[in-house]
Structure formats: structure tokens, C-alpha cells
Design a binder for this molecule. Structure first.
Ligand code: AMP
Length: 175
């Protein structure tokens, strides 16, 4: 089962980047080419029947499988980055973190009005980041076709936060 394979490849790193956080390190997955291909295939399979015009990946680990999947499905890949990284007509959204706030950006014109966009990141935790990414797409008159994650930390209830934006929430491994 793909979930078991992902879980045995993921490395848990305690107290990174802050004390009390158990960081899910996906770098061992990236060294297993066959597993990367299987993950991409599983994503493609789980998305069958979902109409998509583009995939938007969240910096930076959302770029890894995001681009692989976009290439596999023959779809445009859009970057969602931390503030100040994108050169062309950046559009900014502010969002609240547990402590403080943060900002994400997309480039103006990346999302065509009416496009059905899939939001992708490696981990769904509290859902704040994915929710802000979706709102950036909505602000450009795109539609949210769904959310796709490699992993979901269920105890942080991110799914509840993002399901108002799309009910189509896929994750391959749950903790
Ligand atoms: P959130 O906005 O709380 O859903 O956090 C999601 C973002 O933080 C994603 O970009 C994740 O890559 C990262 N993240 C949060 N918690 C973890 C964790 N325990 N391990 C790895 N990445 C995490």
C-alpha cells in the first residue's frame, strides 16, 4: 500500500524548526525514484474525473511533486511563493499563523479567469497556508478544484479549515 511505503520513507525529526514540532522530512522519499513515480501515479489516479486547468504548488516542498504531477497530466504549473520572491506583478495575501502573520504571493495573470486550479503542498497541518493559497487563486477569479497533499496531520484539523473552499481534499498518508 502506498501509504505504508510513504510512511516508512518519511523521516520524523523532533523539535524542528521549533521545539515541540515533529517535522515530517520528505527528503528520503526524493531519493527513491520508484516511490516518487508511484506517488505521482497515485495522485493522477486519485484525481481522475476532477476537471483541472492548472496545478498551483506552495513553496517550497509543494514544488517537488507539484511539477512532476503537472508534467504527468500535461497541465500548467503555477508557483505560490513567500513574499518577495516572484519577479512579475506579484499579488499578495496576508494570513494569520498561530503566532504572528505571513504573506504568500502569485504572479498576476498566472490564473486565467474561470480556471479550475488544484492547490498542492507536501503537508496539511493547520490548513492556514493552503487556505491562503486558495484565496490567492480565488482573488484572480480562479476556481478551487481541490487540495492535494502527500501527508495530513489529522490532529491539527486543517481539513476543517479548507473544506469550505473545496470538498475535494486528497492526502496519501495520514497521521
Ligand atoms: P499549515 O499552514 O499549518 O497547514 O502548515 C503547512 C505548511 O507548513 C506546509 O507548507 C508544510 O510543509 C509545513 N509544515 C507544517 N507542519 C509540518 C510538519 N510537522 N512537518 C513538515 N512540514 C510541516
Amino acid at each position: 500500500m502506498i501509504e505504508t511505503r510513504i510512511k516508512s520513507a518519511i523521516r520524523d525529526v523532533p523539535d524542528f524548526p521549533l521545539k515541540g514540532v515533529l517535522f515530517k522530512d520528505l527528503t528520503p522519499v526524493l531519493k527513491d525514484t520508484k516511490l516518487c513515480q508511484e506517488i505521482t501515479e497515485e495522485f493522477a489516479k486519485r484525481l481522475r474525473g476532477t476537471g483541472l486547468d492548472a496545478i498551483a504548488g506552495i513553496e517550497s516542498r509543494g514544488f517537488l511533486f507539484g511539477l512532476m504531477l503537472a508534467a504527468r497530466l500535461g497541465l500548467p504549473f503555477l508557483l505560490i511563493r513567500k513574499k518577495g520572491k516572484l519577479p512579475y506583478k506579484p499579488i499578495t495575501i496576508n494570513y494569520q499563523l498561530e503566532y504572528g502573520s505571513s504573506q504568500l504571493e502569485m504572479q498576476g495573470g498566472d490564473v486565467h479567469p474561470g480556471w479550475k486550479v488544484l492547490i498542492h503542498d507536501d503537508v496539511l497541518a493547520t490548513g492556514g497556508t493552503a487556505s491562503a493559497a486558495a484565496k490567492l487563486v480565488l482573488s484572480q477569479e480562479g476556481q478551487i478544484a481541490g487540495f492535494l497533499f502527500l501527508m495530513e496531520l489529522k490532529f491539527l484539523t486543517g481539513r476543517e479549515k479548507i473544506q469550505e473552499l473545496s470538498q475535494n481534499i486528497i492526502s496519501l498518508a495520514s497521521y
